[in-house]
Design a protein around this ligand. Structure first.
Ligand SMILES: NC(=O)c1ccc[n+]([C@@H]2O[C@H](COP(=O)([O-])OP(=O)(O)OC[C@H]3O[C@@H](n4cnc5c(N)ncnc54)[C@H](O)[C@@H]3O)[C@@H](O)[C@H]2O)c1
Length: 241
């Protein structure tokens, strides 16, 4: 007996590598799954690859409120409701120092990675309430807990969804809805290959190691360099271990 028997999951970024892996796992546990993503061909191919009768897809852009409501409507029409909403679609944006980052690219990363999950929650919460509760998961990142050099737009967006998760969790707990983020380290996918390409072409292992290291707790020297106590006392004291 699967742990998700009878449950219905919507996964955004469902044609991507992490979305696809989540879909496979949810199906193995007995859930029905609706994938949402931008490209119909990729969605159809993903459904074919995963197989099984309890999977469907909808072409949707997470930055559109109407598309987010359409995902929930389609899951309800096809499978009877929504119990699990995985807000997973995301983009990496520019890999560049802040002074070189393009403003429009910054806006786009925030639009997809932050506004997308916000609109997803807006659409999904009433559907989960109608089922008497459920689970919302937002894919953040280790870059959402510690900063990473040359990853400012992405890291900013992944910190922001942790705030969204914390606020939403307080709002909907009384409706028996849990809200969490998952914060993966580098995972083999199109996105990680693109980040590797941006940071240091041809040095994939080095980049994976430095991406992980860049998102670890800062050392004492990094903290003491980040402000001058005499003229600029810190508002928030980081702890080093
Ligand atoms: N791969 C990693 O190492 C890693 C680590 C930590 C967090 N993450 C996060 O995991 C999530 C999934 O990433 P992935 O590694 O599977 O990358 P991926 O590029 O394989 O998948 C991302 C998917 O999101 C879709 N998408 C992008 N913009 C969209 C939009 N506006 N509307 C709908 N769909 C859209 C893409 O088409 C793609 O299919 C992302 O949020 C990413 O930030 C990835």
């Amino acid at each position: 007996m699967g742990r998700l028997n009878g449950k219905v999951a919507v996964i955004t970024g469902g044609a991507g590598d992490i979305g696809k892996a989540a879909a496979k796992r949810f199906l193995e546990e007995g859930a029905a799954v609706l994938l949402a993503d931008l490209c119909e061909a990729a969605l159809a191919e993903t459904c074919l690859e995963i197989g099984g009768g309890k999977i469907g897809y909808v072409v949707a852009d997470v930055t559109s409120a109407a598309d987010n409501f359409a995902m929930v409507t389609e899951a309800t029409r096809r499978f009877g409701g929504v119990d699990i909403f995985l807000a997973n679609a995301g983009i990496e944006g520019d890999v560049a120092a802040i002074i070189d980052c393009d403003e429009a690219q910054f806006d786009r990363v925030i639009e997809v990675n932050v506004k997308g999950p916000f609109l997803g929650l807006k659409a999904a919460i009433p559907a989960l309430m109608a089922r008497g509760g459920g689970s919302i998961i937002i894919t953040s990142s280790v870059a959402g807990t510690y900063g990473g050099a040359r990853l400012a737009p992405y890291s900013t967006s992944k910190h922001a969804v942790i705030g969204l998760m914390k606020s939403a969790a307080k709002e909907v707990a009384e409706h028996n809805i849990r809200v969490n983020t998952v914060n993966p380290s580098p995972v083999e996918s199109r996105m990680i290959r693109s980040l590797e390409e941006g940071l240091a072409p041809g040095s994939e292992d080095l980049v994976k190691a430095s991406l992980t290291a860049a998102t670890q707790k800062p050392t004492r020297s990094q903290i003491s360099c980040s402000f001058s106590p005499a003229t600029n006392p810190p508002l928030l004291r980081a702890r080093s271990t």
